[in-house]
Design a protein around this ligand. Sequence first.
Ligand code: ZN
Length: 463
Amino acid sequence: MMLRSICLFIAIFVSGFSGLAQIVTTTQAPGRQMPEQKVVLLRNARVIDGTGAAPREHVSLLLRDGKIEQIGGAEMVAPAGAQVRDLIGKTVLPGLISAHSHLGLIVDDAESSASGYTRENVTAQLKQYERYGVTAILSLGLNRDLVFVLRDEQQAGRLGGASIFTAGRGIGVPEGAPPLPAATDQIFRPASVKEARSDVDEMAAQRVDIIKIWVDKLHGNVPEMAPGIYKAVIDEAHKRHVRVAAHVYSLDDAKQLVADGVDVLAHSVRDQLVDDAFVRSMKQHNVWYVPTFTVDESAYIYAENPAFMKTPFFQQAAGPKLMAKFGVPGYAEKIKQDPQTAQHQKDFEIAQQNLKKLFDAGVRVGFGTDSGALPGRIPGFAEHHELVLMVRAGLSPLQAITAATGENAKLLHASDRGTIAVGERADLLVLDADPLVDIGNTQRIFAVYHDGHNIIDLPSRAK
Ligand SMILES: [Zn+2]
């Protein structure tokens, strides 16, 4: 206990007084993941509170027992024994939340595998999200039942990493979507309405946060989920007070799903521009829309060797094996010649226009990336990059940040997080520069607080 306190003090001292310093990680006693709770005063920061309100200057936050206890001005007095961290010039926002990510589908950061859903691998991915300031994720299907064990351990304070929300296994199609390698205990593929209802019941009993379905014929290559199946899934889920999120691609499927009561569209509509009837229907049914631009952009962008690939922020998230894959001679040429690349580029273009139209019309927009589903959708990095892409699509930086924080907490029905308010969990992303000036500044991470603990910082920060 004494040793831990001293190390934590050194960590704060080092990070507080030297901009280039490596951040010392606190030592932890074996068998215990979390350091002792501390009272922390974060003083004199610019605060973006996640509600969409304009930023406030010279704000101080008092954190105690994992929660925000008090919010005040620069003059706030630290209680006896509190750690004080002066954040003048820094910007604090709520920890990011991804409402569409996956766990345990990638091994060694570089390969899809049906055997990747292990405690070790999933825990490492949760920690990567957390280091990057993504303090909660919704793992939207393809989870082994291990996910419920890990969620319980987190809630008991015995396991770190981004807070898990989960759709459990989810409901796909026999011989159809999702086309990912998955073990049989990672997904249901019901052949009948009766089976589908029983799969929903099983997941509801496991207290999933949402039910996931895949409705996509993958450009005509596979059988699609029959409307009779998804109608039954939605009906059964709603009877059990669980909502339903759909993987979707086409406008026609999206329209039918919305008419049939789906709660979340977990991807952009990408086959065509949305029309006014769809916009009206989305609003009337109060359906969430999660754009996940990363899905299409990540399929080809690395072949273009963009500047961000040279940053430690990117490279540390990608890991050496994925970086090596990008560096293989002929990689760029292979991607450029892949007939799917033009399709992804077209889909991404349509997705951007659709987001702008839906957002401006007042449709509820959430935030997700599909990170972790395929190797190029890189946990932690993808979320920061998605913010950049949302701004390119026409949202303001504040609007994009609000989608990823306060709005996403509403999407998840997680009323204890997502905004900076008294009583909320102390999940905070502290930045060296203002993201409202340049959304890319969310990547200049100074510190991450999760449940009031300082998690970070990145071993060497991109400066
Ligand atoms: Zn997904």
